[in-house]
Design a protein around this ligand. Structure first.
Ligand code: SF4
Length: 107
C-alpha cells in the first residue's frame, strides 16, 4: 500500500514540475504577434481557399501586415468589401503610428 502512495506522490510531483517548466518556457519563448494581423484576419472570409495566392487567410493577413501585400487579393471577399475594410485597418494603424511618432518627437 505504501508503495502505491509513493508512486502517486511521485507522479504528482513530476506532473507539477513538468507543468511549471512548460509554463515558464511558454512565457520565455512567446512569439509576439502584431495585433493588426488579428484585426485583418477577422475581416477576411475565412474560407482558406488560397485564391489570394497565399496558403490561407492567416498567411494572407500576415503578408498584408508584415510584407505590405495588396489589400484586394481576396477574391471571395470582394463583394463584401473586404479590401476596403483591410485598407481601413491598415490606414488607421499607420496614422496611429504617425501620431505616436509625432508625440514622441515633441517630448
Ligand atoms: S482568397 Fe480570401 S478566403 Fe481565400 S484564402 Fe485568401 S484571404 Fe482567405
Amino acid at each position: 500500500m505504501i508503495t502505491f502512495l509513493y508512486a502517486i506522490l511521485l507522479m504528482a510531483i513530476m506532473g507539477f514540475g513538468v507543468g511549471l517548466g512548460l509554463s515558464i518556457a511558454s512565457k520565455k519563448f512567446e512569439v509576439k504577434e502584431d495585433p493588426k494581423v488579428k484585426e485583418v484576419l477577422n475581416v477576411l472570409p475565412g474560407a482558406n481557399c488560397g485564391m489570394c495566392g497565399y496558403a490561407g487567410c492567416a498567411a494572407y493577413a500576415h503578408a498584408i501586415v508584415e510584407q505590405h501585400a495588396s489589400f484586394d487579393l481576396c477574391v471571395p471577399g470582394r463583394k463584401g468589401g473586404v479590401g476596403e475594410k483591410v485598407k481601413e485597418i491598415m490606414t488607421k494603424a499607420s496614422s496611429e503610428n504617425t501620431n505616436t511618432q509625432k508625440q514622441t518627437a515633441s517630448h
